[in-house]
Write a protein that binds this ligand. Sequence first.
Ligand code: 4NP
Length: 154
Amino acid sequence: MIVPKVLFVCLGNICRSPTAEAVFTTRAKQAGLDVHVESAGTSGWHIGEPPDPRSIAAGEARGYSFQGQASRKVIRADFGNFDYILAMDDKNVEALKETSPENYWQRIQLFLDYAPSNTVREVPDPYYGSGDGFTRVLDLIEQASDGLIAVLSK
Ligand code: 4NP
């Protein structure tokens, strides 16, 4: 049994991709799917920091755990190591492709490609916005998580 490896990526690895890690880990487990899940940032601005307290508060309110998470930057080895490298927005995709050898570009996708019924393509950065940006992030990530789980369960 091969366990798929999924890496969620955003800019700071303190808001969106940690939320994706928490949500997808929980929902995959509930679906009986065995996966390896991590998250990382294209910047190194918050290395070693736990997720943003606003992300934790919004996520925990829906029952997700952020236990043990700490921000790290994407490294070159990630491209060979992860089967799915799922970015929150187009800028993340661009930054990833700048770092990745071209033979791994097919692994890099927008996470919301797995929420096709939604016309939104990117998970908006909630960092500088108002509080409800964090629940919006959760809504989008829950949809895409279920889409990805459906694909991986086939
Ligand atoms: P994230 O959000 O990419 O979803 O983790 C951000 C976190 C920090 C910053 C920007 C976005 N920042 O500018 O420090």
